[in-house]
Design a protein around this ligand. Structure first.
Ligand code: XUL
Ligand code: CO
Length: 437
């Protein structure tokens, strides 16, 4: 079997003083942080699509990266080689999980059965790779957005014949995910949205999406797949508006269609920022509503308005994210999937290692910082102080629903102007920054 990363050996933890660019400075998989190891907390996953199928093409030019595993006489041989490259990479990186779309790992065939055969063939090889390396599947998914047939959507297409193809893909991708022992399954509505409301029956399309997800749930039960279903919010791109636009929109949708107990969210950093939120906002919204499931770890560029999918490097951001994740109890079936791609000028195979090493170190630091802030209760005092008047008789009665507008008005009349304390934002930001080490 060919070796695709011959110049790279297994990546080891060497500590913060190491000058070795192919070593972890902060991610020490066995180091305990509050009862769990870093590996158990962070549950890193490598994504197949950007890392092994994306050569850096953008709307202005073709790919720039050489990916020797894609060099083959036919598509199935390329698919087998890509699997080899992926498992060699993940083994050397020392990550526990991977994620894939059906069409990343196996090519579309001449018809639904041919496509299913291609997928089954590669999935069998993947099962053997998982056994040999101990690498597990975090989640699988179906690509319901690349093929031209999905141009008006997949589950929300304007023609049920298209939905039938989407159903076949989801069914087969669920079979594959179950067979590989996947911890979860993601629905990202790539083209479930619209370009123009003038030709779109939004209510009907959303009903179709709700119906489709119930069918997926029925199939999950039928095949006894015990993994977690996730929806991945994104506001736009490729469509002008995507129905799963942010965590709150997904939550409303899941409640309306009676799906909320069966789905959690896979929050992607760059999708939250595209929606005009902080990454932390969508994480917190999901956590507050008990639907935080998994994370696609990446970042955008503050000066670019699209989904740049860069590897996360910002310690401040990873600390904020880990604070929300830890407070929510940490990951169970989810993890941190690097849905991130190399920049177009990063053309060497080693660049993929540098990218992941940096991102993993950034999250390891974020984890340690967040754990310490929570342990020291460094921010709790500020929040408790801010809301302490709610512990008064007035506040308690209000929260218990025991007051009316008339009674509140009487209180205001009797007590005059309220004292509103300083928000202390700058001080709190300083306290947070003191932990960034
Ligand atoms: C697209 C995106 C997808 C999903 C899986 O922006 O994030 O790769 O994560 O379909
Ligand atoms: Co994603």
């Amino acid at each position: 079997m060919a070796e695709y990363f011959p110049r790279v050996k297994a990546i080891k933890y060497e500590g913060p003083d190491s000058k070795n660019p192919l070593a972890f400075k902060h991610y020490d998989p066995k180091r305990k942080v509050g009862g769990k190891t870093m590996a158990e907390h962070l549950r890193f996953a490598v994504c197949y699509w950007h890392s092994f199928r994306g050569a850096g093409a953008d709307p202005f030019g073709v790919g720039t990266r050489t990916m020797p595993w894609l060099d083959a006489a036919d598509e199935m041989t390329a698919a087998e080689q890509t699997l080899d490259a992926c498992f060699e990479f993940i083994s050397k990186l020392g990550v526990g999980f991977w994620c894939f779309h059906d069409r990343d790992i196996a090519p579309e065939g001449a018809d639904v059965d041919d496509s299913a055969r291609n997928l089954e063939h590669i999935v069998k090889l993947a099962k053997k790779k998982q056994r040999d390396t101990g690498i597990k599947l975090l989640w699988g998914t179906a690509n319901l957005f690349s093929h031209p047939r999905y141009r008006s959507g997949a589950a929300t297409a304007c023609n049920p014949h298209v939905v039938a193809h989407a159903a076949s893909q989801v069914k087969r991708a669920l079979d594959a995910t179950k067979y590989l022992g996947g911890s979860g399954y993601v629905f990202w509505g790539g083209r479930e949205g619209y370009e123009s409301l003038l030709h779109t029956d939004m209510a009907r399309e959303l009903d179709h999406l709700g119906r489709f997800l119930h069918m997926a749930l029925d199939y999950k039960k039928k095949i006894r797949f015990g993994g977690q279903f996730f929806i991945e919010p994104k506001p736009k791109e490729p469509t002008k508006h995507q129905y799963d636009s942010d965590a709150a929109a997904c939550h409303a949708f899941l409640q309306k269609y009676d799906l909320v107990k069966d789905f959690k969210l896979n929050i992607e950093a760059n999708h939250a920022t595209l929606a005009g939120h902080e990454f932390m906002h969508d994480l917190m919204y999901a956590a507050d509503n008990k639907i935080l499931g998994s994370v696609d770890a990446n970042r955008g560029d503050t000066l670019l308005g699209w989904d740049t999918d860069q590897f996360p490097t910002n310690i401040y951001e990873t600390a904020l994210a880990m604070m929300v994740i830890l407070k929510a109890g940490g990951f169970t079936k989810g993890g941190l999937n690097f849905d991130a791609k190399l920049r177009r000028q990063s053309v060497d195979v080693e660049d993929l290692f540098y990218a992941h090493i940096g991102a993993m170190d950034a999250f390891a630091r974020g984890l340690v910082i967040a754990h310490q802030i929570i342990k020291d209760k460094a921010l709790d005092k500020f929040v408790n102080d801010r809301y302490k008047t709610w512990n008064s008789d007035l506040g308690r009665k209000f929260e218990k629903g025991k007051l009316t507008l008339d009674q509140l008005e009487a209180y205001a009349r009797k007590h005059g102007e309220p004292a509103v304390p300083s928000g202390r934002q700058e001080l709190i930001e300083n306290v947070f920054n003191d932990y960034i080490k």
